[in-house]
Design a protein around this ligand. Structure first.
Ligand code: SDX
Length: 429
């Protein structure tokens, strides 16, 4: 089949740029020769139209509301898989057989403990430090225990070990951040529990009494982890890729991903969405807040609404809403915030402003209500998002570091500053 091209004519010169075709989704114009041929850069603030890499891992379609990990629809993984099995898929590109799944589970389980020296990092934080700031600091400190100076991460075996350690230790680091913020004693991992039950145990068990493990709640959280595991080249994943492109330490690069995810425009929206629902306070107040969200002079936005890619329903939001129902029913809870959320969604989806701009609930809109019902404070919501997204960051790091086309990321700019001018001595200014 003949290579498709885009013809460009500029300054009396004509060139043909190759059009690259993936398995699915929009094709991409290869502009790598543009500067050499025309001395031109492209300009694309926020990279809304730019493919930064080739990737096999996740496919999303914002108009058809599609999210697939290596081709498997998120709806099927959420209802039939487990988070750890999904981790195996994201890291290896195939679902594991029984033996592979067991080996993977055992490998992860035996890396969940933290070095006692690492645990000392917690005591440096104020007790009221945001748990995300603790996770950033402690996870980043892992780079001092597995430093790139001693370990060659271009070696596949070393990459494998780092992969296991990061996925295994993030729940322990996250749980201890929660315990530290509550002033409660740290709980150690219990290897007989599954990954998500172990995490819940480390968060909610106390040494003074036996811990009651609830499989329904554990399954609900496990499903939330599956939904948030990876999402193509979002801001935090792109941060991990860019940081890793300089061959920096992978633990520090994943910590950079945690930082980017923390922003309220990204993963921090789950905490912001719940705080917004609390601020709205009642169904009667919804019209006032809808008006604020539409008022350009008001910085208020509907948190948990809108998405850079999904211009229809975020497929994860629907599953998240169903999970919320399951958890509230199981706990026999009637959360007024859930009623406000559902009414807010209904009003917004029937309002011209939101319809015109294709603003729908995203993954962060309902997750907070479920996490609150599970017993987490809103300050832990983005930590849970970071926990689930660790496998996405690590999978994309592995893909990038072995991609022959990838080199250090170094975007250019459109310079708009002053032209050359001479220094003026202080006395003449
Ligand atoms: C995540 O990228 C990913 O994949 C991220 C993520 C993942 O899994 O990694 O899916 C996770 O980050 C989900 C998004 C969570 N963020 C929020 O819920 C915060 C609230 N949403 C917005 O800030 C916003 O929708 C973004 C940041 C998510 C997307 O912004 P875009 O694509 O840059 O769109 P935009 O800001 O240009 O908005 C387009 C229009 C604007 O109005 P006009 O200038 O055209 O008049 O829509 C308006 C915006 O003002 N708008 C909103 C709105 N979001 C956009 N108006 C009110 N409330 C909102 N939430």
């Amino acid at each position: 089949m003949t290579q498709k091209t885009v013809r460009m004519i500029y300054d009396g010169k004509e060139i043909e740029l190759p059009v690259l075709e993936g398995t699915l989704g929009p094709k991409a114009v290869d502009i790598s020769t543009l500067q050499k041929e025309f001395g031109l850069f492209t300009y694309d603030p926020g990279f809304k139209n730019t493919s930064s890499c080739k990737s096999d891992i996740t496919y999303i379609d914002g108009t058809e509301s599609i999210l697939r990990y290596y081709g498997y629809p998120i709806e099927q993984l959420a209802s039939q898989s487990t988070y750890l099995e999904t981790c195996y898929l994201l890291l290896n590109g195939e679902l594991p057989n029984e033996a592979q799944c067991q080996d993977f589970h055992d490998e992860i389980t035996h890396h969940t403990m933290l070095n006692e020296q690492l645990i000392k990092f917690y005591t440096g934080f104020r007790r009221d430090a945001h748990p995300m700031s603790i996770v950033v600091g402690v996870f980043g400190a892992l780079s001092s225990f597995y430093s790139s100076g001693e370990i060659d991460y271009h070696n596949a075996e070393e990459r494998e070990k780092a992969t296991m350690r990061m996925i295994a230790k993030m729940p322990t680091i996250a749980a201890l951040a929660y315990k530290y913020s509550k002033g409660q004693p740290f709980m150690h991992p219990i290897n007989s529990l599954d990954y998500t039950s172990n995490f819940l145990q480390m968060c909610f068990a106390v040494p003074a009494e036996p811990y009651h493990h609830d499989p329904i709640l554990s399954k609900a959280l496990d499903m939330i982890f599956i939904l948030q595991a990876d999402h193509e080249q979002n801001a935090s994943t792109s941060t991990v890729r860019l940081a890793s492109s300089s061959q920096a330490n992978p633990y520090a690069c994943v910590a950079a991903g945690v930082v980017s995810l923390w922003g309220p425009a990204h993963g921090g929206a789950n905490e912001a969405a719940l705080n917004m629902l609390k601020e709205i306070g009642s169904v009667e107040n919804i019209p006032k807040f809808i008006a604020r969200a539409k008022d350009k002079s008001d910085p208020f936005r509907l948190m948990g609404f809108g998405h850079r890619v999904y211009k229809t329903y975020d497929p994860r939001a629907k599953i998240m809403q169903d999970t919320c129902n399951i958890v509230l029913d199981h706990l026999n809870m009637d959360d007024p915030l859930f009623d406000i959320a559902r009414e807010l969604e209904h009003v917004a989806l029937n309002d011209e402003y939101f319809i015109e701009r294709n603003l729908y609930p995203n993954v962060d809109f309902y997750s907070g209500i479920t996490l609150r019902a599970l017993g987490f404070p809103s300050s832990m919501f983005t930590v849970l998002f970071a926990l689930s997204r660790t496998v996405g960051w690590v999978s994309q790091w592995k893909e990038m570091i072995t991609d022959k086309e990838q080199s250090i990321g170094r975007p250019r700019q459109l310079y708009t500053g002053p032209d050359k001018r001479d220094y003026v001595p202080m006395k003449q200014r």
